[in-house]
Design a protein around this ligand. Structure first.
Ligand SMILES: [Zn+2]
Length: 190
Protein backbone atom coordinates (compact mmCIF):
# COMPACT_ATOMS: atom_id res chain seq x y z
CA UNK A 1 0.00 0.00 0.00
CA UNK A 2 1.47 3.32 -1.00
CA UNK A 3 1.19 6.58 0.91
CA UNK A 4 -1.69 8.00 -1.14
CA UNK A 5 -3.65 4.78 -0.62
CA UNK A 6 -2.89 4.86 3.09
CA UNK A 7 -4.16 8.42 3.39
CA UNK A 8 -7.34 7.77 1.42
CA UNK A 9 -8.09 4.52 3.21
CA UNK A 10 -7.41 6.03 6.63
CA UNK A 11 -9.79 8.91 5.90
CA UNK A 12 -12.50 6.57 4.64
CA UNK A 13 -12.22 4.33 7.70
CA UNK A 14 -12.29 7.23 10.14
CA UNK A 15 -15.42 8.50 8.39
CA UNK A 16 -17.04 5.12 8.94
CA UNK A 17 -16.13 5.39 12.59
CA UNK A 18 -17.91 8.71 12.78
CA UNK A 19 -20.96 7.21 11.14
CA UNK A 20 -20.90 4.53 13.82
CA UNK A 21 -20.75 7.10 16.60
CA UNK A 22 -23.64 9.09 15.16
CA UNK A 23 -25.86 6.06 14.59
CA UNK A 24 -29.16 6.04 16.51
CA UNK A 25 -32.74 4.89 16.12
CA UNK A 26 -33.53 8.33 14.67
CA UNK A 27 -30.97 8.03 11.90
CA UNK A 28 -32.90 8.75 8.71
CA UNK A 29 -32.77 6.47 5.69
CA UNK A 30 -31.01 9.15 3.66
CA UNK A 31 -28.18 9.02 6.18
CA UNK A 32 -28.05 5.22 6.02
CA UNK A 33 -27.72 5.41 2.25
CA UNK A 34 -24.84 7.79 2.74
CA UNK A 35 -23.24 5.33 5.19
CA UNK A 36 -23.63 2.54 2.70
CA UNK A 37 -21.98 4.60 -0.03
CA UNK A 38 -19.07 5.49 2.27
CA UNK A 39 -18.74 1.88 3.38
CA UNK A 40 -18.59 0.74 -0.22
CA UNK A 41 -16.01 3.39 -1.04
CA UNK A 42 -13.86 2.27 1.91
CA UNK A 43 -14.14 -1.31 0.75
CA UNK A 44 -13.08 -0.35 -2.77
CA UNK A 45 -10.11 1.54 -1.39
CA UNK A 46 -9.18 -1.43 0.75
CA UNK A 47 -9.37 -3.78 -2.20
CA UNK A 48 -7.05 -1.51 -4.17
CA UNK A 49 -4.65 -1.36 -1.25
CA UNK A 50 -4.23 -5.01 -0.40
CA UNK A 51 -1.70 -6.90 -2.43
CA UNK A 52 -2.70 -9.25 -5.19
CA UNK A 53 -1.37 -12.25 -3.29
CA UNK A 54 -4.40 -12.86 -1.13
CA UNK A 55 -3.83 -15.91 1.05
CA UNK A 56 -5.29 -19.02 -0.56
CA UNK A 57 -5.64 -20.91 2.74
CA UNK A 58 -6.34 -20.02 6.36
CA UNK A 59 -3.23 -21.86 7.45
CA UNK A 60 -0.71 -19.60 9.23
CA UNK A 61 2.10 -21.90 8.13
CA UNK A 62 1.17 -22.19 4.42
CA UNK A 63 -1.00 -19.15 3.60
CA UNK A 64 -0.26 -19.44 -0.10
CA UNK A 65 0.01 -23.21 -0.25
CA UNK A 66 -2.13 -25.64 -2.24
CA UNK A 67 -5.82 -25.67 -1.36
CA UNK A 68 -7.93 -28.53 -0.10
CA UNK A 69 -11.55 -27.33 -0.07
CA UNK A 70 -12.52 -30.08 2.38
CA UNK A 71 -9.97 -29.03 5.00
CA UNK A 72 -11.09 -26.72 7.80
CA UNK A 73 -8.13 -24.43 7.19
CA UNK A 74 -8.15 -25.15 3.42
CA UNK A 75 -4.51 -26.25 3.69
CA UNK A 76 -3.72 -29.32 1.62
CA UNK A 77 -0.28 -29.76 3.19
CA UNK A 78 -1.55 -29.75 6.77
CA UNK A 79 -4.61 -31.81 5.84
CA UNK A 80 -2.37 -34.47 4.31
CA UNK A 81 -0.38 -34.49 7.53
CA UNK A 82 -3.55 -34.78 9.61
CA UNK A 83 -4.90 -37.59 7.43
CA UNK A 84 -1.68 -39.50 7.81
CA UNK A 85 -1.86 -39.09 11.58
CA UNK A 86 -5.51 -40.17 11.64
CA UNK A 87 -4.72 -43.20 9.54
CA UNK A 88 -1.88 -44.13 11.84
CA UNK A 89 -4.34 -43.93 14.72
CA UNK A 90 -6.78 -46.09 12.82
CA UNK A 91 -4.20 -48.68 11.98
CA UNK A 92 -3.18 -48.95 15.60
CA UNK A 93 -6.76 -48.77 16.81
CA UNK A 94 -8.84 -51.39 18.62
CA UNK A 95 -10.59 -52.71 15.50
CA UNK A 96 -10.20 -56.48 15.38
CA UNK A 97 -7.95 -57.49 12.56
CA UNK A 98 -9.40 -59.68 9.88
CA UNK A 99 -8.10 -63.20 10.46
CA UNK A 100 -5.57 -64.00 7.80
CA UNK A 101 -7.16 -67.42 7.26
CA UNK A 102 -10.35 -65.87 5.99
CA UNK A 103 -10.05 -65.07 2.32
CA UNK A 104 -12.32 -62.37 0.93
CA UNK A 105 -13.98 -63.38 -2.30
CA UNK A 106 -12.98 -60.64 -4.64
CA UNK A 107 -10.82 -60.78 -7.67
CA UNK A 108 -9.68 -57.29 -6.77
CA UNK A 109 -8.48 -58.20 -3.31
CA UNK A 110 -9.07 -56.14 -0.19
CA UNK A 111 -7.87 -52.71 0.74
CA UNK A 112 -5.17 -54.22 2.92
CA UNK A 113 -3.66 -55.85 -0.14
CA UNK A 114 -3.05 -52.50 -1.72
CA UNK A 115 0.09 -50.60 -0.89
CA UNK A 116 0.12 -48.52 2.26
CA UNK A 117 0.93 -44.86 1.85
CA UNK A 118 4.62 -44.65 1.50
CA UNK A 119 7.24 -42.05 1.83
CA UNK A 120 10.74 -42.22 0.55
CA UNK A 121 13.67 -39.87 0.44
CA UNK A 122 15.53 -39.67 -2.85
CA UNK A 123 19.11 -38.44 -2.94
CA UNK A 124 19.80 -36.52 -6.13
CA UNK A 125 22.82 -34.79 -7.57
CA UNK A 126 23.18 -31.98 -10.08
CA UNK A 127 24.99 -33.38 -13.10
CA UNK A 128 25.50 -30.01 -14.72
CA UNK A 129 22.33 -30.35 -16.77
CA UNK A 130 19.69 -31.78 -14.51
CA UNK A 131 18.99 -33.35 -11.14
CA UNK A 132 19.49 -37.09 -11.19
CA UNK A 133 19.04 -39.86 -8.70
CA UNK A 134 22.39 -40.69 -7.13
CA UNK A 135 21.59 -43.45 -4.68
CA UNK A 136 18.94 -45.83 -3.47
CA UNK A 137 15.76 -44.14 -2.31
CA UNK A 138 15.63 -44.42 1.49
CA UNK A 139 12.74 -45.08 3.83
CA UNK A 140 14.48 -42.98 6.43
CA UNK A 141 15.21 -39.31 5.96
CA UNK A 142 18.18 -39.23 8.31
CA UNK A 143 19.76 -42.12 6.45
CA UNK A 144 19.36 -40.30 3.15
CA UNK A 145 20.90 -37.16 4.62
CA UNK A 146 23.86 -39.11 5.94
CA UNK A 147 24.31 -40.63 2.51
CA UNK A 148 24.37 -37.21 0.87
CA UNK A 149 26.79 -35.93 3.53
CA UNK A 150 29.11 -38.80 2.65
CA UNK A 151 28.78 -38.04 -1.05
CA UNK A 152 29.71 -34.41 -0.40
CA UNK A 153 32.96 -35.50 1.27
CA UNK A 154 33.87 -37.82 -1.59
CA UNK A 155 36.85 -36.75 -3.76
CA UNK A 156 34.80 -36.22 -6.90
CA UNK A 157 31.66 -34.79 -5.39
CA UNK A 158 29.03 -33.24 -7.61
CA UNK A 159 28.41 -29.50 -7.70
CA UNK A 160 25.18 -29.86 -5.75
CA UNK A 161 22.97 -32.40 -4.07
CA UNK A 162 19.37 -32.34 -3.01
CA UNK A 163 16.97 -34.49 -1.05
CA UNK A 164 13.55 -35.19 -2.57
CA UNK A 165 10.62 -36.33 -0.48
CA UNK A 166 8.34 -38.72 -2.31
CA UNK A 167 4.93 -39.44 -0.86
CA UNK A 168 2.18 -41.69 -2.18
CA UNK A 169 -1.17 -41.70 -0.50
CA UNK A 170 -4.51 -43.47 -0.64
CA UNK A 171 -7.69 -41.87 0.54
CA UNK A 172 -11.27 -43.16 0.85
CA UNK A 173 -13.31 -40.55 -0.98
CA UNK A 174 -16.82 -41.78 -0.34
CA UNK A 175 -18.60 -44.84 1.06
CA UNK A 176 -21.90 -46.20 -0.30
CA UNK A 177 -23.97 -48.32 2.08
CA UNK A 178 -23.05 -49.48 5.59
CA UNK A 179 -20.18 -51.92 5.91
CA UNK A 180 -21.46 -54.19 8.69
CA UNK A 181 -19.20 -57.03 9.70
CA UNK A 182 -20.95 -60.33 8.90
CA UNK A 183 -20.06 -63.78 10.19
CA UNK A 184 -18.76 -66.25 7.72
CA UNK A 185 -21.20 -69.14 7.21
CA UNK A 186 -19.94 -72.35 8.77
CA UNK A 187 -18.61 -74.94 6.38
CA UNK A 188 -21.42 -76.77 4.58
CA UNK A 189 -24.06 -74.39 5.88
CA UNK A 190 -25.66 -73.92 2.47
ZN1 LIG B 1 -0.66 -25.71 6.42
Amino acid sequence: MNHAQLTALGRALRLLGEHGEALSTDTPDAKLHEVRADLKRALDLLEESVGTTAPSTRCPEHPNGPVDRAAPDLCLLCETRRRTARRAEYNGGPLPARPSTEPVQSRYGVRGDRPQPQQRWLPELWNGQAWQLCGTPRRDRREAELYIAAQLRAPRAAMAYRLVHEFTDYEVLRVWGTPVRVDIEPMGGI
